[in-house]
Design a protein around this ligand. Structure first.
Ligand SMILES: *Cc1c(COP(=O)(O)O)cnc(C)c1O
Length: 394
């Protein structure tokens, strides 16, 4: 089938809620994907952050093959070893909490919101979130998201969410009242434009939560699983959350989400209070366990740290050369380049030259290379980007 024929099927039968590039992807391997016409792309934004280990990582593929032939799904009123093992891996690599599994980032945010409310004293239900945050697309998740454009047309929204500017501790303090139960944030805002929390801000939030009996919820759906050079981005800041959300890269491409909560909070999710039919099924859980193995065996946290620093240095050098580039910033392999002009055209031109990147908030180019990426691949990608920027200048 040709690209055009595939697109025609979409036009007839798939709801048009995405802006799609006219490209049909058929195969992926590591940092590369191929389209239906055989064109090869260097993918430095694979799967919107899901393909953290690149495309079809051999350890993930092997784990899926093996598990698929054994047991794909069971109901959560039985035990299965992959889910248990995965919970142990997440807990031991984070802050020793207990896990609940679901299938996506928005669902993990929903679970965190429900847990924060049910584990709080009666009458406490309000959650403070940040402007320019992104927490997903279910009704509660868009409401938690501090951007009006995601709310428009979907009102009435669930009650109890308050937004404050990011990195402004005084604003959070002022927003807390007797009904507040939690503060939720991404320690590095992804969709919001690679905005990095300040260390003393996060520590201030931690103190505010500890002294006020509030839960600190960190949404690590995008920043988790080694993206920033640590398993979870909060580790850069010397604080621990009470509840953490995960999804995207957790399953190496399989749909899986999770929350981790400190044991004394987690115990409030009793039978009947929350559930997910698919959540933590053996197939997705086995894939996620393989992601942890790969990160350990291939020293991928070190790779993300090391190559992240390298890429950021190069992006900063590039930024300094062009007047229309305001700043390059990032942590590990979560990288952004803020422009003074719209970035959509640049993304398109990169794609024409075989490089896939993203643009968020109209002016921020976003790169999230797989943490398996090689230096030569980064060099290749940064050269293509630099070439496009040079043309824009001319
Ligand atoms: C992508 C994202 C979500 C939503 O995840 P979905 O799997 O699309 O529901 C939530 N929070 C953050 C920080 C994200 O980046």
């Amino acid at each position: 089938m040709t690209t055009q024929e595939t697109i025609e099927i979409f036009e007839k039968f798939v709801i048009g809620n995405y802006t799609r590039s006219p490209v049909v992807l058929v195969r992926g391997e590591g940092s590369y994907v191929w389209d239906a016409d055989g064109k090869k792309y260097l993918d430095l934004f694979p799967g919107w952050g899901v393909n953290g280990l690149g495309h079809c990582h051999p350890k993930v593929v092997a784990a899926i093959r093996e598990q698929a032939a054994k047991l794909i799904h069971i109901a959560n009123n039985f035990y299965s070893l992959p889910q248990g093992k995965l919970a142990e891996l997440i807990s031991k690599n984070s802050f020793g909490g207990k896990c609940f599994f679901c299938n996506s980032g928005a669902e993990s945010v929903e679970a965190a919101i429900k847990l924060a409310r049910i584990a709080s004293a009666p009458g406490k239900f309000k959650i403070i979130t940040m402007e320019n945050s992104f927490h997903g697309r279910t009704l509660a998740a868009i409401t938690a998201t501090g951007q009006a454009k995601y709310h428009k047309g979907f009102e009435p929204l669930p009650a109890g969410f308050t937004y404050v500017p990011f990195n402004d501790l005084a604003a959070v303090s002022a927003a807390v009242d007797d009904e507040t139960c939690a503060i939720m944030l991404e320690v590095i805002q992804g969709e919001g434009g690679i905005n990095i929390a300040k260390r003393d801000y996060l520590q201030g939030l931690r103190d505010l939560c500890s002294s006020g009996g509030l839960f600190l919820i960190v949404d690590e759906v995008q920043t988790g699983m080694g993206r920033t050079g640590e398993y979870f981005a909060y580790k850069h800041f010397g604080v621990e959350p009470d509840i953490m959300t995960l999804a995207k890269a957790l399953g190496g491409g399989m749909a899986i989400g999770a929350i981790v909560a400190k044991p004394e909070i987690a115990e409030r999710l009793v039978p009947g209070s929350h559930a997910s039919t698919f959540g933590g099924n053996p197939l997705a859980a086995a894939a996620a366990c393989a992601v942890f193995s790969a990160i350990e065996e291939e020293s991928l946290l070190e790779n993300a740290r090391h190559l992240g620093e390298y890429a950021l240095t190069r992006l900063k050098e590039t930024a300094a050369k062009y007047e229309f580039v305001k700043e390059a910033r990032g942590v590990g392999l979560m990288l952004g380049m803020e422009l003074a002009i719209p970035g959509e055209k640049i993304v398109k031109q990169c794609m024409e030259r075989g490089l896939l990147i993203n643009c968020t908030q109209e002016r921020i180019l976003r790169l999230m290379p797989p943490i398996t990426v090689k230096k030569e691949e980064l060099d290749q990608g940064l050269e293509i980007l630099e070439g496009v920027l040079k043309e824009v200048k001319e």
